[in-house]
Design a protein around this ligand. Sequence first.
Ligand SMILES: [Cu+2]
Length: 229
Amino acid sequence: MPRPTTRPLVVLLTAVLCALAGAAPAAAHQADPNYDSRLNGVTPAVPGLQVSILARGDQLAIANETGRTVEIPGYRKEPYLRLLPDGTVQENLRSQATFANRDPKGTSPIPASANASGPDSKPQWRTIDRSSRVEFHDHRIHWMGETGEPAPQVQDPSEPQKVVDWTVPIVVDGKPVDVDGTLYWTPQQAGFPLPAAVGLVVVLLLGGGLVLVVRRRRGAAGAPAEDVW
Ligand SMILES: [Cu+2]
């Protein structure tokens, strides 16, 4: 009878490593891991309005089950996004924010026609979804500086601390609603991102445990304890 081989173990470890490698590009789209933006609340609370922060502040997500219109103004108070009661989600092609929010650093080109300013400026709406939900990047809720660079408010870069409170004003059924949160400095170990460190520990533990299991089995079967790795 052939000896049990370590092939299934190698397959398992390879799968774990591939999963970790696959996670890396997604992580690259997240906000700076040295910062964490957290939601404090929505004032006044609106039944059916769900607000959340994704990927440490990279995206703000708003779902509208209020049965009313939810409007999200841009940085110049111009119409930027709106969620209609029937689930339609639209962006204003005349809003600077529509283009400036397409990348985290705000460096996407902005067409000259995106020059709306103020709440009464004429919008040009484009339907982008019908899911009652929108996720967008907002430059007010995250760190816009270089990755890993501490904000001026950070006294001791080795210690986590609050950086700044932020507010994103929105409008529900014509009435102002504030989305409030706080940006925190959350220093990571230099040069070695936390997810990679956690992944490495998992792989080492798995690998160590499997070697032990294989050796014990061989020991029990009286097989020579040679290493097949
Ligand atoms: Cu930004």
